[in-house]
Write a protein that binds this ligand. Structure first.
Ligand code: FES
Length: 136
């Protein structure tokens, strides 16, 4: 192996080992440990709920706990009845499904059918302005 072949071999090896790191660094999603940035506090406060249907952890709906606005709650907004997307109705303090009328309490429990299972849950935290969620 001459010097030129050796340098080519080393260069290809370096690129091959660096590519996954470079792709991760350029990803549009911000990941901190298993937590993923799903939106910002200003987005949440603009409408009272933050829906991110494209998060890697799954669809996420974030609200402020109506009993303690300093606490955030993150649920999977897919209705367990047939998969429609629920929204937060602050006046009812419930998550409401537009398809068949199921309602879920702030603790995700079924408050009104036909759904029989609670909404899914995520762990949630805030770092600066960013809201991060992870599988609970
Ligand atoms: S899909 Fe939500 S109540 Fe049927």
């Amino acid at each position: 192996m001459n010097r030129r072949d050796f340098m080519t071999w080393v260069g290809v090896g370096f690129l091959g080992s660096s590519l996954p790191v470079a792709i991760a660094a350029c990803s549009s999603k911000s990941v901190s440990g298993e937590f993923e940035a799903v939106g910002s506090l200003s987005e949440l406060d603009a409408s009272g709920q933050l829906l991110n249907e494209n998060a890697h952890v799954g669809p996420v709906l974030v609200i402020r706990d109506p009993n303690n606005s300093a606490t955030l709650l993150a649920v999977n907004p897919m209705c367990p009845h047939a998969g429609c997307t629920v929204s937060w109705q602050a006046d009812k303090t419930r998550f409401v499904c537009p398809c068949h009328g199921s309602e879920f309490a702030v603790d995700r429990a079924v408050a009104r059918g036909p759904a029989r299972e609670p909404l899914g849950e995520y762990a949630v935290k805030v770092e600066g302005e960013q809201i991060l969620a992870a599988k609970a």
